[in-house]
Write a new protein. Structure first.
Length: 389
């Protein structure tokens, strides 16, 4: 098989890139290790920056997002029983959209199918060959038969555990990592959200987040020990703990119900540099991970896709490799700013096992500064709604 861009990974990065390239007549094949049903069963991000919304519009897959997505003009931050609001709309003139990553992915699959795009599911043993030559190829197997795709470029969109990053020789990449000493236990429940905006809660007992997918579907998270398993937490224990971590007024009106999903995600900050090796370009979680506080992961994947799509369009339109040569530096400049914001927002809101009384007072002082200082709020809001591409 032959294509212009072989895309490894059929998550949001790979699908969005494929769909955008398709709108410009650039051919791609997406290779996905899992089935479509499996990819669509994963519950992940829920907050979309305006940049991702604009890309989905350009890709022709924003109709349902505009019909069903919920614009959020601000967010609440609480500490103990204190609560304050950051007004994104007033501070930045823009808002974010609450719309699940699962739905974004569903819309992208539907768009690829309408366009006759090629997605191969359940691929095994994906290998990248000749990334540092002019003629790279990707091999994989389906049903025990080996296949080969010859291509001009390879986009590594296969997430943190994928094969793409590991295909870059260790001597040609450098990795930066911070692992946090806790995880997030998340549940989805068919209950109305406790509030019409998200609540990020710092409490003596640890972090909590009240989020949602729509008016009847809520998503809640609590900080938990890395050694915990979802089975350790009954629904009753989860609701009880959540109520103890959010202000009393919100806890009193929380509607509880059975969870329809429960899982634990570890928290990690990670960046690999550079995001390119020859004709292989890394996008999204394949190149970087942020802790979910601040909702940057999917949005960073989208900005990578924007830079790579723009560079490939230029290459195929004019023959100029300049965009491709600048891809890694441009993407990393934005990645590190989102890494900083996610690290800062995580540090502000979580309980750390080795936190001293001094550290705790500093956290409260920083929250009170954010609550009362216009410049601090401005900086927070600009980062939350998304720095420009
Ligand atoms: P994905 O989504 O991991 O997709 C990679 C795809 O590649 C496939 N794959 C392979 N395919 C072929 N061959 C191989 N060898 C392969 N290895 C892997 C996988 O099956 C998969 O389908 O990466 P992508 O596309 O870069 O997208 C990144 C986002 O998924 C991720 O950043 C976000 O979900 C992070 N995230 C959030 N981001 C936000 O912007 N806002 C949020 O509110 C938000 N909340 C979250 C999150 C992530 C969470 N978890 C579970 C880590 C909340 C949580 C709890
Ligand atoms: C979510 O709704 O899943 C969500 C929202 C905001 C975050 C992280 C996750 O910061």
């Amino acid at each position: 098989m032959k294509t212009q861009v072989a895309i490894i990974g059929g998550g949001p990065s790979g699908l969005l890139l494929s769909q955008l390239l398709g709108t410009r007549g650039i051919d791609s094949v997406v290779l996905e290790r899992r089935t479509k049903a499996h990819v669509l069963s994963r519950i992940r991000a829920g907050v979309l920056e305006r940049g991702l919304v604009a890309l989905l519009e350009e890709a022709g897959c924003a109709d349902r997002l505009h019909a069903e997505g919920m614009p959020h003009d601000g967010t609440l931050i609480s500490y103990g029983d204190e609560i304050f609001r950051i007004d994104f709309a007033a501070l930045t003139g823009t808002a974010v959209k609450v719309y699940g990553q699962t739905e974004v992915t569903r819309d992208l699959y539907a768009a690829r199918e309408r366009a006759g795009g090629q997605i191969v599911f359940s691929v095994e043993d994906v290998q990248i060959h000749g990334a540092d030559t002019e003629t790279p190829n990707v091999t994989y197997s389906t049903d025990d038969t080996q296949q080969r795709i010859d291509c001009d470029f390879i986009a590594g969109c296969d997430g943190f555990h994928g094969v793409s990053r590991r295909s870059i020789p260790p001597g040609a990449r450098r990795e930066f990592e911070k692992v946090y000493p806790f995880g997030w236990l998340g549940i989805m429940s068919e209950t109305p959200p406790v509030n019409d905006e998200l609540i990020y809660a710092n409490s003596e007992r640890g972090f909590a987040l009240c989020s949602m997918r729509n008016d009847t579907l809520s998503r809640y998270y609590i900080q938990c020990a890395l050694s915990d398993s979802p089975d350790d937490w009954t629904d009753a224990a989860f609701w009880d703990e959540l109520k103890r971590r959010i202000p009393t007024a919100q806890a009193d009106r929380l509607v509880t119900g059975p969870s329809i999903e429960k899982s634990i995600a570890p928290l990690r900050s990670f960046v690999t540099e550079p995001m390119r090796f020859g004709r292989l370009f890394l996008c999204g979680d394949a190149a970087h991970i942020v802790p979910p506080t601040g909702a940057k992961g999917l949005n960073l994947a989208a900005s990578d896709v924007h830079y790579l799509y723009t560079a490939l369009r230029r290459f195929y339109g004019t023959g100029s490799p300049d965009g491709l040569d600048g891809y890694s530096d441009r993407a990393l400049a934005r990645v590190w700013k989102a890494e900083r914001f996610s690290w800062w927002f995580s540090s502000l809101l979580h309980r750390y096992p080795d936190q001293t009384a001094f550290d705790h007072r500093i956290q409260v002082a920083e929250l009170e500064f954010l609550r009362s200082n216009a410049a601090a709020q401005q900086a927070m809001a600009e980062n939350y709604v998304g720095l420009p591409y």
